[in-house]
Design a binder for this molecule. Structure first.
Ligand SMILES: NC(=O)c1ccc[n+]([C@@H]2O[C@H](COP(=O)([O-])OP(=O)(O)OC[C@H]3O[C@@H](n4cnc5c(N)ncnc54)[C@H](OP(=O)(O)O)[C@@H]3O)[C@@H](O)[C@H]2O)c1
Length: 373
């Protein structure tokens, strides 16, 4: 077992060594982001990479078409494993699997005692599975007890939201806490990397806008945002009582989803009150100093002439900060605003890793010296 690099606050449950982790779906767009973010992670030791039969048995550097930067040499030579519980032995498993296979595979890993932290949508709306953004709803992890009891497994499944849902939920969280959201109209402009690799054909998207994204993207946003901003009581999750209407667009942007929001509240705030609530909002994990937590989860731009935009803002906070701006009155509802965040980092791999760090900090990852069943 590797030892911990110095200089990072480490929770007692780390017991002097990094936790061996695996990435399922390691060859795809999100899988590659996991590999980048987990290389040299202070708490996690990336020891296993798994993907489909097409990739299994081959060196990662051959089976993954590496999309950004330089692939670390030792990772390139790692042999890709098949995605089954006999081959992948790590106690903590990150899933970037295609949703056509994620549901069953993730259940099998949780059944086998593993902690599964996933980006796939399959289990997000299960009543006993939380969709976690640590800064917003860390308390939703209390549903894991209910999940384990109901399913009779020692492992667990923790999801993060759809890449656009996370950006919207983070922008709304302080406002919902302060004024109670009642209705939201959300129009998104979503980057091509949100479709994975190879994703949308270039001749379809270059110089174009496609007002449709498959896989039930609009319904995901409409359901997930209310679940993330809902409450956890006695291990039961209840969605927030507001409605969302979403219209999604694929746009020729590489990374970074933008959402234009019109919002009605239980108590109508002025623009100043809304800004005050957002700038004064405190992350639920501010005291934990988790390695992947940005110092500023939300950045609020006050200059209307400098709106949030993916090229300038997606990488804010190493891709973990959501930027909100153009907060102004809405002539039909109460306020409107624009939010922007990195779909692959905050919207996928980065939040998943932060979720795993929270699980470790809360002592919810079992001792890993003894391998899972
Ligand atoms: N892209 C985003 O911004 C984003 C954001 C949030 C959530 N997500 C979700 O994250 C997941 C991954 O997305 P992505 O964009 O990275 O997709 P992707 O680029 O298409 O990658 C899919 C991955 O799944 C693997 N896979 C496919 N069929 C498999 C099978 N039968 N058995 C085992 N592995 C299999 C692929 O392996 P091979 O290379 O071997 O085929 C690949 O590693 C999806 O569920 C997606 O909805 C994506």
């Amino acid at each position: 077992m590797s030892t911990l690099p110095t200089g990072h606050p480490t929770p007692p449950s780390l017991d002097g060594g990094r936790i061996p982790v695996a990435v399922l779906g390691a060859t795809g767009a999100v899988g590659q982001a996991f590999v980048r973010l987990l290389t040299d992670h202070p708490w996690f030791d990336l020891v296993e990479l798994a993907a489909s039969e097409r990739s299994a048995g081959r060196p990662y550097g051959e089976s993954a078409r590496w999309l950004e930067g330089t692939l670390p040499g030792q990772i390139a030579n790692t042999t890709v494993l098949p995605c089954d519980t006999a081959s992948v032995r790590s106690p903590l498993v990150f899933s970037a699997l295609d949703s056509s296979v994620a549901g069953e595979l993730e259940r099998a890993f949780a059944q086998g005692g593993r902690i599964v932290v996933t980006n796939a949508s399959n289990h997000r709306m299960d009543h006993d599975v939380p969709i976690v953004i640590p800064e917003v709803n860390a308390d939703h992890l209390s549903s894991l007890d209910t999940q384990r009891r109901a399913r009779g497994w020692q492992g667990a499944i923790v999801t993060n939201g759809n890449c656009a849902s996370i950006v919207i939920a983070m922008a709304l969280a302080p406002l919902h806490e302060a004024f109670g959201v009642r209705r939201v109209f959300a129009t998104t402009l979503q980057a091509v990397s949100g479709a994975g690799y190879p994703g949308v054909p270039s001749l379809d998207i270059l110089g174009n806008v496609i007002p449709h994204i498959g896989g039930g993207e609009e319904e995901k946003i409409e359901r997930e945002v209310a679940k993330m901003l809902g409450i956890a009581r006695d291990g039961e999750l209840s969605p927030a009582d507001f409605g969302v209407s979403a219209q999604v667009n694929r746009v020729p942007v590489e990374h970074g989803h933008t959402a234009c929001l019109s919002v009605e509240f239980d108590r109508r705030p002025t623009v100043d009150e809304a800004m005050h609530a957002m700038t004064g909002w405190r992350s639920r994990i501010a005291d934990l100093a988790l390695p992947s937590a940005p110092s500023e989860p939300l950045a609020i731009l006050t200059d209307d002439a400098r709106p949030p935009q993916p090229r300038r803002d997606a990488m804010r906070g190493n891709g973990m900060t959501v930027t909100v701006g153009r907060i102004r009155p809405d002539p039909l509802l109460h306020l409107r605003m624009v939010a922007c965040g990195h779909n692959i980092i905050r919207g996928a791999a980065g939040t998943a890793i932060l979720n795993a760090e929270l699980l470790v900090a809360r002592g919810l990852v079992p001792p890993w010296g003894t391998r899972a069943a």
